[in-house]
Design a binder for this molecule. Structure first.
Ligand SMILES: [Zn+2]
Length: 378
């Protein structure tokens, strides 16, 4: 349960966020904006773009991401190898023409600034804005220390969040990190329908989205755990796996859902990859429903025999639609295993068949299917 739930301290010891420094910086995926294919390295993405999508206009990549019209928020230092320019004859830094090398030198000096880069190919000119807001390690540490102070209070309300904001005000360069944490906590308050929540229940979605956006630039375990939990909530399982792999309950559960969706016959999810420090961070921040789902999902299906009614009633208890999808997938699998096809597995599969994307396709394929069939035994 999250740090605000009663009974939290009975089950958890504190270890401190610093223990997990420098773990979990990978894997990062670099998606192609044009076709969606994912690459492990910025260079692979560049080669792909050269070969598959010969550009008509100049393109600028920073940290493996292709820049667009929106100002790009720079939260990590830019080294020469982080900048890629394609299909371009002239490059301008704040209207001054320079070589790429010179621009990289300029960029590597910035940490709290804005600048413009203009790329020209014949008569085609494209301009990009970069907002530098690179947090200092001291400010990051300051925010994480205050986060620890906050969770030690074991309660969550707007006063606690206000106190956290006031205490972190001085860590100016990491303000986005603080905003991300707060957005998540406001989101949790709305999601759990806590008294005193400033936002109505349905608005938790907006808060969650804001939290992910704010956290994206911070390569910190806390940021990854929060974004991993949010991705998990929205059933973006691949995103969660990218962020936390199999090191947390949400990550392990996301892997299992992915395997179900891909109809993998041999399950490779396991609780053995757990990282104690990340597990602690997750348990501090997990909401009640996610906690329940990941608790069930990190057990073999056999262990859940006899719990169908309990899980069915959880499903009917004001569950958000995203969580309902996860619970129905679980029930579908449980009923398949019990050979309860028509009244059990297919009933849930039918109500999931209209889900957009792979979950809908998976559900369609489950209708009328039983466990023996699913295991190729028939
Ligand atoms: Zn592509």
């Amino acid at each position: 349960m999250g740090f605000w739930h009663t009974g939290y301290m009975d089950h958890h010891e504190t270890t401190g966020l610093d223990d997990c420094r420098a773990v979990l910086m990978e894997p990062i995926v670099y998606p192609c904006k044009r076709c969606g294919e994912n690459f492990q390295l910025p260079d692979d993405l560049r080669t792909h773009c050269f070969e598959k999508h010969p550009a008509q206009k100049p393109v600028l990549y920073v940290h493996g991401k292709e820049l667009g019209n929106k100002p790009y928020r720079v939260t990590q230092h830019i080294a020469q190898s982080d900048i890629i320019v394609t299909n371009c004859d002239h490059v301008f830094f704040n209207d001054k023409e320079m070589t790429i090398d010179a621009i990289c030198r300029e960029l590597s000096r910035l940490s709290w600034d804005t600048c413009r880069i203009k790329l020209q190919k014949e008569d085609v000119v494209v301009e990009f804005a970069l907002n530098f807001c690179i947090a200092s390690p001291e400010d990051i540490r300051g925010i994480e220390e205050q986060f620890e102070e906050m969770v030690a209070k074991h309660r969550l309300d707007t006063c606690v969040i206000d106190e956290f904001i006031a205490a972190t005000k001085k860590y100016k360069t990491a303000i986005g990190y603080c905003d991300g944490i707060c957005a998540y906590l406001y989101g949790i308050m709305a999601k759990e329908r806590m008294p005193g929540s400033l936002t109505d229940h349905p608005q938790y979605v907006g808060k969650y989205n804001k939290a992910v956006e704010q956290m994206a630039g911070y390569e910190r375990p806390l940021a990854k755990v929060v974004s991993g939990l949010i991705g998990f909530h929205f059933n973006h399982f691949a995103e969660t796996v990218c962020l936390v792999s199999n090191k947390t309950r949400a990550g392990q559960t996301a892997i299992r859902y992915q395997e179900w969706i891909q109809e993998n016959m041999t399950e490779s999810w396991s609780v053995h990859g757990s990282d104690a420090s990340l597990m602690r961070t997750e348990s501090l921040l997990v909401d009640r429903n996610t906690k329940k789902i990941t608790h069930w999902m990190t057990q073999p299906l056999e262990n859940l025999f006899g719990k169908e009614d309990k899980i069915e009633s959880f499903l009917k208890d004001n569950l958000e639609q995203y969580d309902a999808v996860k619970v129905q997938m679980l029930l579908c699998k449980m009923y398949q295993m019990a050979n309860n096809v028509n009244n059990g597995a297919s009933r849930h599969a039918k109500s999931l068949r209209n889900q957009i994307g792979p979950i809908g396709k998976w559900a369609e394929a489950q209708i009328g299917k039983d466990f023996q069939f699913a295991n190729g035994k028939v």
